[in-house]
Design a protein around this ligand. Structure first.
Ligand code: ATR
Length: 275
């Protein structure tokens, strides 16, 4: 019987997840369909129970529903509970299980460049939902984390929340400083660069050995990432994180190993087609 998966969010029209998952089903000979659904906030509860009634095996959840969906779920995995947000739902014997693959997806995406993050100096720019999931995961792996945000108070709150989960981090304002020379890994998680905006400071003085990641993938190189590359740093955009959050969602739904190569190929093909 054909299996059903999907994505709910608002908006979802430009998501590349269907192409990525379909390439995976094809590679593994699995009869399945992955569809996007535009779900307005007021319809979230009805949509969740509707998907369950339609025998969906699982679905991804994106902006703005990642936190709002929590009350409608029966169970949370430790990753979802810690993040306080869900990006993947699985239906098991009628029960809705919420999971979060963003943090581990990020970790997986940097594995080639940085196989071990323990005791590395990590600077996270931004203190929103994406920053939280990444900070938690890297801190649990033993990284030393500094969170810098335009509104420092939000960075402080994020660090407080990390502490309730037993991990620590420093925080500060999003300004240049000695961190530029000390960081092994810099992760840009703000929305700056989505529309060509530049960061309010330059990367002058950055250690060329720093690995610089921007979780934005469209545009494929933000002005921030471009500057890091021109400074001589290794850089990576957010397509890897998108891939691995999808790979981990696949494995959560279907078990076994997802066909990463096929999913990666579909993602980059469809991404470059769109440019
Ligand atoms: P998400 O959940 O996707 O991470 P979010 O919660 O809206 O998104 O967070 C957006 C992040 O981008 C925040 O860290 C925000 O900084 P503030 O907390 O100070 O608002 C950051 N951000 C957005 N526009 C920015 C700008 N022009 N300069 C610096 N930071 C910006």
């Amino acid at each position: 019987m054909e299996k059903h998966f999907g994505l709910i969010g608002y908006p979802v029209a430009h998501s590349l997840s269907p192409q990525m998952h379909h390439a995976g089903y094809k590679a593994m000979g699995i009869e399945a369909v992955y569809q996007r659904f535009t779900v307005k906030p007021a319809n979230l509860e009805a949509a969740v129970y509707g998907l369950r009634a339609l025998d969906f095996l699982g679905w991804n959840v994106t902006v703005p529903h990642k936190e709002a969906i929590l009350p409608f779920l029966d169970e949370l995995t430790p990753e979802a509970r810690k993040a306080g947000a869900v990006n993947t739902v699985k239906v098991a014997a009628g029960r809705l299980i919420g999971h979060n693959t963003d943090g581990l997806g990020f970790l997986q995406s940097i594995k080639k460049q940085m196989p071990e993050v323990s005791r590395r100096q990590v600077v996270i720019l931004g203190a929103g939902g994406a920053a939280k999931g990444i900070a938690l995961t890297l801190a649990e792996q033993g990284a030393n984390i500094l969170i810098l945000n335009r509104t420092p108070e939000k960075a402080r709150k994020l660090v407080e929340s990390l502490r309730t989960h037993g991990v620590d981090a420093d925080w500060g304002e999003l300004t240049p400083g000695s961190w530029l020379r000390e960081a092994d890994l810099i992760i840009q998680t703000t929305s700056v660069g989505l529309h060509g905006e530049t960061m309010p400071f330059s990367l002058q003085g950055i250690d060329k050995k720093a690995f610089v990641v921007d979780i934005i993938f469209n545009p494929s190189e933000t002005p921030f990432l471009c500057e890091a590359r021109l400074q001589g740093c290794k850089t990576m955009n957010g397509l890897g994180m998108l891939l691995y959050q999808g790979v981990l969602a696949w494995e959560f739904w279907l078990g076994g190993r997802a066909p990463v190569e096929a999913m990666a190929a579909a993602l980059s093909e469809n991404f470059s087609e769109r440019q």
